[in-house]
Each structure stands twice: as C-alpha cells, then as structure tokens.
Design a protein around this ligand. Structure first.
Ligand code: NAX
Length: 328
C-alpha cells in the first residue's frame, strides 16, 4: 500500500471546508488509489466545529482516509504537508477599506507561509482559495523563501468552470466538447474569461458563437459577477462549487492536463504576455508530472489585451499595497 499523502486544509470549519473535506477524504483530490491523511487548521473558536466535521469524516468510513488531526497552530498544521489548501481567510466586512482587508489577511498568510517554509514536505503544493486569493498567495509565497515560488498557486478554476458552463449553454454543446478555456488575471470582477482561444470542435469558441455582443455584455460580466449572483440567490457564497474547483485544480496539477487542452491557474508570472514578473496571475497552463507551465505563443488581440491589462494592473496595485504595508 502507498504511504498516505498529507493534506492540510485551513478554514476547515467553514462552508467551503465542509464541502471540500469529504471529497478529499473519498479520494477525489488525488485519485482512487492514494490514501490521505488530513491536517485541519482552524482558529481556536472554531476548533470544536472542526472536531464535529472530523467525527462525520470518521462516520463515512472512507477506505482511503488514514487519519484526521486538528490544530489551531499553523506550524504544527503544516508539518509534513504535501498539499496545502488555504481556504480560511478574513472576509471583507462592512466599512472595511481594501488596506484593512489586505492587512488582516497578511496576518493570516504571512505566518502560514512561514509555517509551510519551516515544516512542509519538499514536494509541497499550495492552493490559495481564501480571498483576495492571488495576493494572499503572493504574501504566503514571499514568506517561504526555501519553497520554489511556483508551488504557490491561487484558484481561478471556479471562474474557469463557470465560463465552461456559460459557454456550453450558449453554444448548445457539452462541457466536455470545450477545450482551451482561459481565465486571465485576478480572481476578482476584473478577471478576463477568454473565448478567442477556447475551442469547440477545434474552432474558436468566439467564432462558433458568433455573437460579440453576448460575449462582451453577457458572458464576461456573468462569469465575473457569478459569485455575487450566487450570494443573491442562495443567501450564502459559493461553497460546493468552490470546493469542487479546488479539487479540480489540485487533481489537474498532480495528474496533468489532457493532450490538446489546458486549464486556468493563478501562478507566479515569468513575464509571459506582459504580466510583470512575480505577480500571481491567472494564465492558460498545462500540467505534467506535478509541474505547471504557462502556454506560450498565443496571439492576443486588442480586445483581449485591454482586459488582461486591466486585471493585471489591479494585481500590481494589490502587490504595491501589501508591499507598503510591509507584508511582502
Ligand atoms: P467561511 O467564513 O464559511 O469559512 C472560513 C473559515 O476560515 C472559518 O471557519 C474561519 O474560522 C476560518 N479561519 C479564519 N482565519 C483562519 C486562520 N488564520 N487559520 C485557519 N482558519 C481560519 O468562508 P468560506 O465560504 O468557506 O470561504 C472561504 C474563503 O474562500 C473566503 O475567503 C472566500 O472569499 C473564498 N472564496 C474563494 C473563491 C475562489 O474562487 N478563489 C470562491 C469561493 C469563495 O468565495
């Protein structure tokens, strides 16, 4: 039997945590033959709730789950971690300025980056889900100098999946008929879901749809503002779909993208497509053997350029703000 893979989940008692842990423990994150050991991190007030979730995990009798440990201390929670899912974050509350939000999250992601640096396994892979996800990933990464920067990623897979769903409905094709969807930039309302490089039956999805007004005035804003629409309808923010996207992100990273396809991940920029080096921005990426690579050589027209630039400028502003606060 294989040695278990250690997966640390922060914010384990939250709503995404509740949807995520059962999928991880059932083998959907890493595969049906990979045993998993869970380490849960919560703030002290939520440890009891996390214990309740751990009781339910026990009660599922998952054959692949080899244990669950709960911590309120980051250093301990990341000991030996192979996969770190950073879900817990400080949400924006009424009257909170962006600087306050970034500062509060710096107080979470700086020590978590340090703890990953100190104790995680050599092959650690980090996915930041907690918002502002790209900049929280940047903060954690900058406090983990011994971990290759590329191991810190942020989640835009939910946006990617939302784009697939909207396109499949509009074009009347199955989600599985769509290839090469891309989310560019920040996981925020400025993100750019790109239909010019996406393909349906080998043709540009934008051409297949042939409706620039839909693309501009319906598709892009629907994908970008889907989170708010879910809150409006459900009375709570996306949880099961966010957990599902986190599972997809890690599964694809570990198991690879299919030939002729790619996925969207926010990863550290090497300057590709004019995105300043060091920013954690969403790109089209392929994955193989647990490593990601940014897809190169795509032609970017003026329409796409303006939208990518707007989102990347927002990321640069967030980076400058956290730099000013001494968080990176
Ligand atoms: P909840 O408020 O339900 O849960 C968050 C949990 O994190 C709480 O249990 C809290 O006690 C815990 N927590 C807070 N500080 C912590 C710390 N320092 N260490 C460990 N745990 C800590 O939020 P939920 O709905 O689960 O969302 C979690 C995060 O995901 C939020 O930041 C949210 O904005 C973000 N999202 C990101 C998405 C993405 O696509 N990247 C989409 C979904 C979601 O909105």
């Amino acid at each position: 039997t294989r040695t278990p893979v250690t997966v640390t989940v922060t914010g384990a008692a939250g709503q995404i945590g509740y949807a995520l842990l059962f999928r991880v423990a059932s083998g959907q994150l890493l595969g049906p033959d990979v045993p998993v050991r869970l380490r849960l991190l919560e703030i002290p007030q939520a440890v009891k709730a996390a214990e309740g979730t751990a009781m339910e995990l026990d009660d599922c009798a998952f054959p692949l789950l080899s244990g669950v440990d709960i911590f309120d201390d980051a250093t301990k929670a990341f000991e030996g971690t192979n996969v770190a899912l950073l879900v817990g974050a400080r949400p924006r509350t009424k009257g909170m300025e962006r600087g306050d939000l970034l500062e509060a999250n710096g107080g979470i992601f700086k020590p978590q980056g340090e703890a990953i640096n100190a104790g995680a396994a050599d092959d650690v892979k980090v996915l930041v889900v907690g918002n502002p996800a790209n900049t929280n990933a940047l903060i954690a990464q900058s406090h983990a100098p011994d971990v290759p920067a590329g191991r810190f990623t942020a989640m835009t897979r939910l946006d990617h999946n939302r784009a697939l769903a909207q396109l499949s409905r509009k074009a009347g094709v199955a989600v599985s008929d769509i290839r090469k969807m891309t989310i560019w930039g920040n996981h925020s309302a400025t993100q750019y879901p790109d239909l010019f490089h996406a393909e349906i039956g080998g043709k540009s999805a934008a051409e297949v749809v042939g409706d620039q007004s839909w693309l501009e005035n319906d598709f892009i804003p629907t994908v970008a503002k889907r989170g708010a629409a879910i809150i409006e309808a459900r009375g709570a923010s996306s949880a099961a779909s966010a957990a599902s996207a986190a599972v997809d992100h890690v599964h694809t990273w570990v198991n690879g993208t299919a030939d002729g396809d790619w996925t969207s991940m926010a990863v550290v920029s090497d300057g590709s497509y004019g995105v300043p080096e060091g920013l954690i921005s969403s790109f089209p990426v392929t994955t193989k053997d647990g490593e990601w690579e940014i897809v190169q050589g795509l032609e970017i027209d003026a329409f796409s350029r303006a939208r990518i630039d707007a989102s990347v400028n927002e990321l640069a502003e967030e980076r400058d703000a956290v730099r000013k606060l001494g968080l990176i």
